[in-house]
Design a protein around this ligand. Structure first.
Ligand code: ADP
Ligand code: MG
Length: 374
């Protein structure tokens, strides 16, 4: 029986909420409608303030932001249904990723924290809501991330003949992650910063939330010694399973690396950051997925033309956007969380142990019943 789900995603870029209405019919996955709800500047600021590592925050700030984001997620789901002219009763469930405010999978007491109260989403929409996907994987001793590789396998195995052509899917959001798909296996991990450091630097020096098409980076020259210094960070050579976040690849990280490069201009630093993202993605593919015959990219990083060009220049095989296969690169992650919610309601695991390092496959998330239960 076909089933409709909504996936809600807001990633580490803090750009806004992606909402996807998805129809699942057997193995077929069809996007019915999509809505993007950008965050206002005050909301972005509040999320940024709360996500700073090692800075005290008030519990009241945390609690009210959790509520406010829950309301915004609910609103985007309602707007999506209005746009699609679909009644809420037709939707089986919402999968809400939530907003990551801290991802710390390697502490002695590890955790990954996403906020945007799912009680509010279920209450305001009347639709059963699945949320808090990552913590069950962390509880099973996994990294809690990345969670999209299982979905990438489900959707791209229907597009590529993986027995003939191993493929790497790269999602370039604030953080970048790779899924390497072969006929019998899936590898996956976070490669490091995607757009986050470039975004922070463009905000600081250009007062823009991102470097449009990568034009500013392109106008500079990457400083090879600085890029090497960035790449000396132990994250890049550590073995998977591994995942990371904005609290690690932060402005503080960047400033500490820049301390010994006072002569570097702002645009050369932007060019070096773009090179860092391109090199660490390319090297992840070359070192961990050398059989890749095609790299397919999704996430907002696809719109950074200079970044795409740098990645293509390094890899010896074709590099393209998921758009070439009929999937808008800005839709993939939200569709993934609709898929993950469906896995949960079908009592199926959503994690891949070889990706997250969890000791077993687990059914992810908490279920918040809709107006008629679930
Ligand atoms: N036109 C563009 N030019 C350059 N970069 C872009 C463009 N559009 C989006 N981006 C990048 O994509 C990011 C958003 O990507 P997204 O996939 O939503 O990431 P996340 O999942 O972290 O929210 C922006 O912050 C920006 O860095
Ligand atoms: Mg986003």
């Amino acid at each position: 029986m076909p089933e409709l789900y909504i996936g809600l995603m807001s990633g580490t870029s803090l750009d806004g909420i992606d909402a996807a209405l998805v129809n699942f019919d057997g193995d077929a996955i069809e996007l019915v409608d999509f809505l993007y709800a950008p965050f206002s500047d005050p909301i972005k600021k509040r999320i940024k303030n709360i996500s700073q590592a090692d800075r005290p925050i008030l519990l009241s700030q945390y609690g009210s932001l959790d509520t406010q984001l829950g309301e915004l997620f609910a609103k985007s789901a309602q707007q999506l249904l209005n746009k699609a002219a679909i009644p809420h009763s037709a939707v089986t469930a919402i999968g809400s990723h939530g907003q990551t405010v801290y991802h710390a999978p390697n502490l002695t007491s590890p955790f990954s924290l996403q906020i945007g109260d799912p009680n509010i989403i279920a209450e305001l929409t009347g639709i059963t809501t699945v949320a808090d996907f990552r913590r069950r994987d962390v509880a099973a001793k996994g990294q809690g991330a990345p969670l999209v590789p299982a979905f990438h396998q489900a959707i791209f195995s229907g597009i590529f003949d993986l027995s003939q052509q191993p493929v790497s899917i790269v999602n370039i959001g604030g953080i970048a992650n790779i899924s390497h798909l072969t006929e019998h296996n899936v590898l996956g991990f976070d490669t490091g910063p995607g757009n986050t450091l470039m975004d922070e630097w463009a905000q600081k020096h250009m007062n823009q939330s991102y470097d449009e098409r990568g034009a500013w980076a392109k106008s500079g020259n990457a400083d090879s010694r600085l890029v090497k210094h960035f790449k000396n960070d132990p994250y890049f050579t550590s073995e998977p399973p591994k995942s990371t976040g904005k609290e690690y690849f932060s402005m503080g990280w960047l400033e500490s690396k820049l301390a010994s490069f006072p002569q570097c201009t702002a645009k050369d630093i932007q060019a070096s950051l773009c090179q860092l993202t391109a090199d660490t993605i390319s090297q992840a593919i070359q070192n961990h997925a050398p059989l890749t015959e095609h790299t397919v990219i999704c996430g907002g990083g696809v719109h950074n033309e200079y970044l795409m060009q740098l990645i293509s220049n390094t890899l010896q095989h074709p590099v393209s956007s998921t758009a070439e296969y009929g999937i808008n690169p800005d839709h993939v992650e939200a569709i993934a969380f609709a898929w993950l919610a469906r896995q949960t309601l079908h009592n199926l695991p959503g994690n891949l142990t070889q990706v997250t390092g969890a000791r077993k496959p687990v059914i992810l998330g908490g279920i918040y019943p809709g107006e008629k239960g679930y």
